[in-house]
Write a new protein. Structure first.
Length: 319
């Protein structure tokens, strides 16, 4: 019964996604979903329209055979070529591959195609608020993955394996307490990682390509971040670690960091060379203009030399 409800829900979402005008779908949260407009992601474009709707609505039952789209006829392929500019749904594989997973994406554990359960638009997979308790298998070309407000507890080493185009992962508001050490390490294009509002105790190894990290409101504590965890991230410009009971500022900070948010932690002190270089007074850390240390037991007045190289004083207790 649960399966059937999901199937119907999935169909409604899929059909709605296909019939609604594309810009409307994408703009429902323009601030975070802007990335989907990246027009360089032109996949094997399957026209949004009659052919697809028929293919999907023709299914009378939840049988797997019927969920797998039939191979395209020559006529349909011609149509595809004519409508190259229409944004297509994610196709989990190219037609050359023998393992044809089709427009609905790979099958989940419950033998259910990911793109019926979630909504796939171009290279973006939206699985927000779908009662998921694990990461669903994702289409090979997924670049942006949103799975916020679910019940995912663990991220496994294979969840994102071989997703070489993946650029953004957003798992805000799940129940994640455990992440396999190499779950993210081998993702060559990962830029943005958002894991805020979970129960993470230990941060795994992260790819150095990251530009934006938000792990706020987790349980990292004193030991959750490894030594020099962010050192080699030359492009990292936002590091948000608020509400984690951290005991110290993670060092060294990468040179291009612009924003460091550490409010509501348990940071008691810092060194004079946390940000600056006390031996070299000509050194300027010009990128770092947004440091938040409010909500920590630290007394910023104790280290007056520590801010000399910064464009702005950190926000926090100066008395
Ligand atoms: C001091 O810092 C400046 C600017 O980063 C650098 O050019 C210079 O080489 C440094 N001097 C020494 C002695 O490290
Ligand atoms: C903070 O440090 C300054 C300088 O050491 C000191 O004068 C001040 O009393 C301290 N404030 C608190 C609340 O401990």
């Amino acid at each position: 019964m649960k399966m059937l409800t999901r199937l119907v829900l999935g169909l409604v979402i899929l059909v709605a996604a296909m019939t609604a005008p594309t810009p409307e779908i994408i703009n429902y949260d323009s601030e975070t979903y802007d990335a989907t407009l990246d027009s360089s992601y032109s996949y094997e474009n399957i026209p949004i329209g009659k052919a697809e709707v028929e293919r999907v609505t023709v299914m009378p039952s939840g049988s797997r055979e019927l969920l797998t789209p039939a191979p395209q006829s020559e006529e349909m392929q011609e149509e595809d070529e004519e409508e190259e500019s229409t944004p297509g749904l994610v196709d989990g594989s190219s037609p050359q591959e023998t393992e044809f997973t089709g427009v609905l994406g790979p099958h989940t554990n419950e033998d259910f195609p990911t793109c019926l359960l979630c909504t796939c638009i171009s290279a973006t997979v939206y699985c927000d608020d779908r009662e998921l308790d694990a990461i669903p298998p994702l289409p090979r070309n997924t670049a942006y993955f949103y799975s916020r407000f679910n019940r995912i507890k663990k991220i496994n080493r294979n969840d994102f394996a071989s997703l070489n185009d993946l650029k953004r992962i957003d798992l805000t508001s799940n129940l994640i307490s455990e992440i396999d050490e190499d779950a993210f390490r081998k993702l060559p294009r990962l830029r943005e990682l958002v894991l805020r509002d979970n129960k993470i105790r230990q941060l795994p190894e992260l790819p150095t390509t990251l530009t934006f990290i938000d792990i706020s409101n987790n349980r990292l504590g004193r030991k959750g971040i490894k030594q020099e965890a962010f050192k080699d991230m030359y492009d990292l410009h936002h590091l948000y670690l608020t509400d984690n009971n951290l005991g110290h500022i993670p060092l060294p900070l990468p040179e291009n960091l612009r924003a460091l948010h550490l409010q509501n932690n348990n940071i008691l002190e810092m060194h004079e060379d946390t940000f600056c270089n006390v031996k070299n007074l000509t050194y300027i850390r010009k990128a770092l203009e947004d440091i938040r240390l409010d909500g920590n037991p630290i007394n910023l007045s104790k280290t007056p030399q520590a801010y000399m190289c910064l464009p702005r004083l950190p926000i926090g207790s100066l008395v």
